[in-house]
Design a binder for this molecule. Structure first.
Ligand SMILES: [Zn+2]
Length: 341
């Protein structure tokens, strides 16, 4: 199954660049920048990302952010991400970056230089393999709407570096989407797409708010929407794609392995589902691993349908979408022949 799924052409819509940092890169940057690794000090690369509760994960995330201190670190990170994505069969990706988190941990960091470093690495991979990567700047709820306006200004200034939209991750339980209505409207006025994480730490109303109040074009996770038929209907009616990341859901505790995943309810209700990996390195998974988990739930036909959804609901231009769908269809034909023969 792994090899078959590797060759399935993929579009990636929900991955955080910072969450793709390998343990080896994290440890090497942490040492270079003199980050106090405290409890992690004596751990090997294999063990460094082990955490047993969400608080430990937050500490780990803090350490990772501290290690990503210099603009060129982000280029190294992006090069590693892009190389791995190509190997997993990704042809096109929209990747989250969180400059407001970078500047929170490194007040003096030159955001533009970091983004240029990322762009350079992504362009090099595009020349090598053809992988196209666009960027979505995450506003991060925790920092509030005033800061989000400043981050939006960064995003606008970096449209020439492949920034195509803004996202809303972070503390859903304490900072509601409605506070960002103005920022999201302003972003759209400037030609940026808008997406949001919702339904992860709050009930279905939060997903409804993300769609109806701030106008999110896609929803990250959306998990709790599966408990509310009216919100499912809203997502289906407006064809809002939900980016589903099972391992992330399991580790953040919103889904218990073995129980039916929300994606089944989405799919039954006609809500477009796309498969993704969120913070793959930190969560000990890969995009391919997530495809395999979902294949075990819905079979290979279902996974191919979800792969098509990711293309259709990406912000790629019509020509890119048509060519990606063609590749998936060609692959599906081959796959069926292999399966039958
Ligand atoms: Zn996410």
């Amino acid at each position: 199954m792994a090899d078959t799924l590797r060759n399935l052409p993929k579009v990636q819509l929900h991955v955080h660049l910072e969450g793709t940092i390998t343990p080896e890169l994290f440890l090497s940057l942490a040492r270079r920048h003199g980050v106090d690794l405290g409890r992690l000090k004596n751990r090997s690369a294999d063990e460094v990302y082990h955490f047993t509760n969400f608080q430990e994960f937050l500490y780990l995330f803090r350490d990772v952010c501290q290690a990503l201190a210099a603009p060129e670190d982000y280029g190294v990170l992006a090069a590693g991400y892009a190389r791995a994505a190509t190997e997993e069969g990704v042809h096109y990706a929209e990747v989250f970056v969180s400059p407001s988190v970078w500047t929170y941990f490194h007040r003096a960091i030159d955001v533009r230089a970091a983004m240029e470093s990322i762009r350079e690495a992504l362009d090099a991979e595009q020349r090598r393999s053809g992988l196209v990567v666009k960027l979505i700047v995450d506003l991060t709820r925790n920092f509030g709407p005033a800061r989000a306006h400043k981050t939006l200004a960064y995003a606008r200034q970096m449209q020439d570096l492949g920034v195509i939209g803004i996202g809303l991750g972070g503390d859903e339980a304490n900072v509601p989407a409605r506070e960002f209505k103005g920022v999201f409207e302003e972003a759209r006025e400037h030609g940026l797409h808008t997406v949001a994480h919702a339904g992860e730490a709050e009930a279905a109303w939060s997903v409804r708010d993300a769609v109806e109040i701030i106008g999110a074009e896609r929803i990250g996770h959306g998990f709790t929407a599966s408990h509310d038929p009216a919100v499912l209907e809203l997502l289906a009616e407006r064809q809002i794609c939900v980016e589903v990341c099972p391992t992330s859901n399991e580790l953040t505790g919103i889904w218990t392995k073995g129980s039916p995943h929300a994606l089944l309810a989405f799919d039954r209700a006609g809500v477009p589902v796309a498969i993704d990996a969120d913070d793959p390195a930190l969560f000990g998974t890969t995009l391919l691993g997530e495809y395999e988990r979902v294949a075990a739930m819905v079979g290979s036909e279902g996974v191919r349908r979800f792969a098509r959804n990711a293309v259709a609901h990406s912000f790629a231009d019509a020509q890119t979408k048509a060519s990606l769908l063609e590749r998936i269809d060609a692959y599906a034909g081959e796959d069926r022949l292999t399966a039958n023969g």
